[in-house]
Design a protein around this ligand. Structure first.
Ligand code: IMP
Length: 445
């Protein structure tokens, strides 16, 4: 047994959409196993290579690398309809999937009626709605915690049909009580009954994938010395406990989530790679102190193609928020930082970065405790932009001085090094700092 071998974690430090998919894709060749530990089809991890774009919702981003074992852990919620569509898009033969994609029997199912509940609950909230992706995430986790949910392993029991029907009837009853008209419901372009049929055929495909207990599978791989990367979804500021509650998702998106969502002890976590965008975005409702509501915000949205990969919704855009980043680094124990989408700021003459907030006339350089409720006015430092394209730059060290200065301000504030900067959507548009710790970890010096 190799008990010094530890799993690394990669996760988002903002409100999701930090570009994690691309970074996992770049790191995967150095790992034997990539494991998702929370969330579900609310995620949309975009990978671009060979001029093609792929969006993964539930399947780990290691799926395109031959020999990589991809694990969907117990903490994930599974929608068979969406997984089926995702598998079709991958175009990987089923025999290959048998050797590369492993799903934990303890993972909970998102029923078609969970999606109905999501819509009914959001609808009822009116102006206070969360801005959910409406993929049934909240209701599926609610049933998990209420001990009324269905796990993938339940599908093998004779009582499955009965349990499914009982839960569905309960959901339909609640939705009706909430005044939701079922006849109006269309899920992914299909009326409820058709969607449910397609869901069940997706379930057959999901059942045919190799079934594991993620805690045993991952720990045994670690014992044998395999390199394991846990891939987070959404972002730290959407965490159910530490995000801006109630405008959050329903899972723990932080490093600790990797422990409970895979069954790995905290002492077996190694490096924590924190991914953040060079600016901020948020999709859905909730506080966003550095949001830019003028033309600069529109410019960031256009240049950064800031539209949801799962829902297509325009993302709210804003300046980098350093106190929030520092908070996320603390909660996750981040050891290395990875900055993405630096190129989106290429045409900005001035770049602002939030270094504190003014709350009730007082300045705070940490996120105020009741951040969900208060009006916070950001206090900015203004930096000179690099104001030039980065296409001709092939090393981290050759980046324009203004961009290196920006990195230095970030590092000075959060006290963790930025090892990697991503400067475009393609796998190849990535700059790793010379001698960076991440290179030693990956043994590629
Ligand atoms: P839910 O997880 O679909 O219930 O959505 C709850 C909140 O999290 C909403 O504001 C969503 O927009 C946001 N959200 C959920 N998943 C993602 C993601 O993968 N990226 C960005 N935002 C997300």
């Amino acid at each position: 047994m190799n008990d010094t071998n530890k799993a690394d974690v990669l996760l988002g430090l903002q409100w999701g959409d930090e570009g994690k998919g691309k970074i996992v894709d770049v790191l995967t060749p150095h790992y034997k196993m990539v494991a998702r530990f929370q969330g579900g089809p609310n995620a949309g991890h975009t990978l671009v290579f060979e001029d093609k774009k792929y969006i993964l919702h539930t399947i780990p981003s290691g799926i395109f690398h031959k020999g990589c074992l991809n694990v969907v852990g117990n903490g994930v919620v599974l929608d068979p309809f969406i997984i089926n569509k995702e598998l079709d898009q991958l175009n990987i033969p089923d025999e290959e999937l048998q050797e590369s994609l492993f799903v934990c029997g303890k993972a909970h199912l998102i029923l078609p009626s969970h999606r109905l509940m999501d819509a009914a609950i959001e609808n009822k909230k009116g102006k206070l709605k969360i801005g959910s992706t409406l993929k049934g995430i909240g209701p599926a986790y609610t049933d998990k915690v209420a001990r009324t949910g269905l796990r993938l392993s339940d599908t093998a029991t004779p009582e499955f049909d009965e349990k499914y029907d009982r839960l569905k009837q309960e959901h339909l009853r609640i939705a009706k009580d909430l005044g939701y008209d079922l006849r109006e419901l269309v899920l992914d372009g299909l009326p409820f009954d058709d969607y449910e049929k397609a869901w069940f055929s997706g379930l057959e495909r999901l059942k045919a994938l190799p079934r594991i207990q993620s805690e045993v599978f991952v720990n045994e791989a670690l014992d044998k010395g395999a390199r394991v990367l846990a891939e987070g979804a959404q972002g730290t500021l959407l965490d159910i406990d530490f995000g801006s509650y109630p405008y959050v998702t329903s899972s723990n998106t932080i490093t600790a989530g990797a422990c409970v969502g895979l069954g790995v002890a905290p002492s077996r976590i190694g490096e924590v790679f924190g991914v953040f965008k060079a600016y901020c975005t948020r999709v859905g409702s909730g506080p966003f102190p550095t949001e830019i509501l003028d033309a600069d915000g529109d410019r960031l949205r256009d240049e950064g193609h800031e539209y949801g990969s799962t829902t297509g919704r325009p993302r709210r855009c804003g300046w980098l928020d350093l106190p929030a980043l520092k908070y996320a680094v603390m909660i996750n124990g981040v050891s290395r930082l990875i900055m993405t989408k630096a190129d989106v700021l290429n045409s900005m003459e001035k770049i602002r970065v939030c270094v504190a907030y003014k709350v009730d006339g007082e300045s705070h350089d940490v996120v105020p405790l009741s951040a969900g409720q208060q009006d916070m006015e950001p206090i900015y430092e203004e930096l000179r932009g690099w104001n030039r394209p980065l296409d001709d730059i092939h090393t981290f060290e050759a980046l324009p001085q203004e961009l290196l200065d920006y990195v230095a301000v970030i590092e000075d504030f959060v006290k963790v090094p930025v090892d990697i900067i991503s400067v475009g959507a393609d796998r190849k548009e990535i700059l790793i700092r010379k001698g960076a710790g991440i290179l030693q970890r990956l043994s590629v010096v």
